[in-house]
Design a protein around this ligand. Structure first.
Ligand code: SF4
Ligand code: SF4
Length: 227
């Protein structure tokens, strides 16, 4: 698949899902029960991660789709500070958001409207944060500290990752197209902790001029043969 075809495929898929974000983050203030859709998104991210890592975050997550589609054209697109990738920061964000949500659920327990509104509040605040980070740094900055992204990242740690073949010439093109600012040709290194943040979007696979990247293991086999 050519690079532009891959981009078009992602845009087409994301065009279906992003609309759920304003539906809940704005419509939820008027119809709070819409907030429960957020639980579906959280479960989806975790469920998919058992089989396909963070693939949910690629186009199935409405916020991820929104950030790519709408922040992509206006973002400053500078390097995401390593601060956002630190385990301590990710754990802090996860504990913070689940504590806030847990306390609100405890206070509203039994009142579905109030519980839905609690979910809408969390979604709205985190979306505003995601937009500000997306504009000022990079569209997917939020995705490095998103609690559900962090859970999916942990679950995906044991899974097979993107493989780099011996034909790689370290041109860096794959890193330029990666929406998560990863180094695709380095993800199969043993000491890499980044691979489980890969969205499996295939942008790098389709942009590599050497066809050196693969999720199928073919590239790795080629490298073993060459060694
Ligand atoms: S685009 Fe391909 S050849 Fe270039 S660094 Fe990435 S994997 Fe290597
Ligand atoms: S490493 Fe490749 S497949 Fe993974 S998120 Fe980056 S561009 Fe997409």
């Amino acid at each position: 698949m050519k690079v532009h075809e891959n981009m078009l495929r992602r845009v087409n898929l994301q065009a279906y899902t992003w609309v759920v974000l304003p539906l809940v983050a704005i419509g939820g203030w008027f119809y709070p029960l819409l907030g429960f859709l957020l639980l579906g998104c959280m479960l989806g991210a975790v469920g998919v991660s058992f089989f396909r890592g963070r693939n949910w975050c690629d186009w199935m997550c409405p916020r991820g789709a929104f950030l790519d589609l709408f922040l992509g054209p206006i973002s400053r697109k500078i390097t995401i500070p390593s601060f956002f990738k630190q385990a301590a920061v990710r754990i802090f964000m996860l504990l913070l958001i689940f504590t806030v949500l847990g306390v609100q659920f405890y206070l509203a327990w039994g009142d579905l409207q109030a519980m839905g509104l609690a979910l809408v509040r969390v979604l709205t605040v985190t979306t505003v944060a995601g937009i500000l980070l997306g504009w000022s740094i990079h569209p997917r900055t939020w995705c490095h500290i998103c609690p559900m992204g962090t859970v999916a990242h942990w679950i995906a740690r044991r899974q097979k990752t993107l493989q780099t073949g011996s034909s790689c010439i370290s041109c860096g093109i794959c890193a330029k197209v990666c929406p998560m600012q990863l180094n695709p040709n380095e993800l199969d290194k043993e000491n890499s902790d980044e691979y489980s943040d890969c969205l499996r979007c295939n942008s790098c696979v389709n942009s590599c001029p050497q066809k050196a990247l693969s999720f199928e293991g073919r590239a790795a086999v080629n490298r073993q043969k060459a060694a």
